[in-house]
Write a protein that binds this ligand. Structure first.
Ligand code: P6P
Length: 334
């Protein structure tokens, strides 16, 4: 059961902790929350309202877009462009940054987002999500450029995701721990159900797309082989494996019961440094994971310390339970 604290009340109480808070950030978050409620409804209705299936378009990543990729991108932009809290947005589904249209006031924040992460799962009714990352627009910058987005993940003021699963949840951090809210559809509110989420330091559950095994670098090969060797192997224990192909679902499972998620650098496409995108997947998830006591790394460096070179930059991702991620990072050092 829950004590009925809504995400709106929670955010306002968080705001009171910040002496010079203007309420701008609180209002921005409320617009983000509204967009997630709309997307939850669209995902939940699916075929009933004809939003499943593939559009006949590709995004900047060269990926065929699902109809819902395009629809949810529009929802996120329309919900957040008008209120005067943002100076610009960056989206997985937009080639370039999206400046706030001239008819709306500009605000002091920038937001990067993936409107529907894991959308390859949407047609087979498996959990998908929305991921967002909020940073400050540089002082005095009225018309931000792509460069103004390209700052390390340590500069994020807020990161969160919505998970459209058996229940719709919102998980949020503003740098003071991680809190989870469940959508009560009867009242249309996200209610605090998972206060102060923390990742267990140890785990025996790993997540990786094993079909790429032949492309992995040696440290990842070694780590996974040792997990599969079980009790008789060098780790002296049996491991379980999970792969949902929705990063939001994997990270939520890790926040809830621990685990290690890996989408490592591989030689499948040497032109790509990894599969996942830094600005709107790896960085926000890294802030959440670190705020919950976990570690998020490329194998070679802490993800949130990377200086981005493009809004669609890809990076290797190894994140989750602190002690397990440190084993893999150690193998990269050997
Ligand atoms: P694969 C979804 O497209 C995504 O970006 C992440 O959410 C997910 O973890 C990964 O890609 C799945 O990749 O290669 O298993 O389809």
């Amino acid at each position: 059961m829950h004590n009925g604290v809504s995400v709106t009340q929670f955010i306002i109480e968080e705001q009171r902790r910040l002496p010079n808070a203007t309420g701008d950030f609180t209002s921005l978050l409320n617009d983000v929350v509204s967009a997630c409620k709309v997307i939850s409804n669209l995902v939940n209705k699916g075929s009933l309202i004809g939003v499943l299936g593939t559009a006949d378009t590709e995004n900047v990543q060269g990926e065929t877009q699902k109809k819902l990729d395009i629809i949810t991108n529009e929802v996120f932009i329309k919900s957040n462009e008008w209120a005067g809290h943002l100076a610009a947005m960056a989206s997985e589904e937009e080639d370039d940054i999206y400046p706030i249209p001239a008819q709306y006031p500009k605000g002091k924040y920038l937001m990067s987002f993936d409107p529907l992460d894991g959308s390859s799962n949407i047609d087979v009714n498996i959990s998908v999500g929305t991921i967002f990352s909020i940073t400050k627009c540089p002082e005095g910058v009225e018309n931000p450029t792509k460069e103004d987005f390209l700052i390390p993940g340590t500069e994020q003021v807020c990161a969160g995701y919505a998970l459209y699963g058996p229940s719709t949840m919102l998980v949020l951090t503003t740098g003071n721990g991680v809190n989870g809210f469940t959508l009560d559809r009867d009242i249309g509110e996200f209610i605090l159900t998972h206060p102060n989420m923390t990742i267990p330091a140890d785990t025996r559950e790993f997540s990786i797309n094993s079909s790429n095994q032949r492309f992995w670098e040696a440290p990842v090969q070694r780590y996974v082989e040792e997990c599969l060797a079980g009790k008789e192997g060098p780790r002296g224990d049996n491991f379980n494996m999970r792969w949902v192909a929705s990063m939001v679902a994997e990270v939520h499972r890790i926040l809830t019961r621990g685990g290690i998620f890996m989408y490592p650098k591989d030689t499948k496409d040497p032109s790509k440094a990894g599969k996942l995108r830094l600005m709107y997947e790896a960085n926000p998830m890294s802030m959440i994971v670190e705020q919950a006591g976990g570690v998020s790394h490329t194998g070679y460096e802490r993800i949130m310390e990377i200086k981005p070179n493009d809004i669609h930059q890809r990076v290797p991702v190894i994140l989750g339970s602190k002690n397990e991620v440190e084993v893999v990072v150690g193998y990269h050092k050997d």
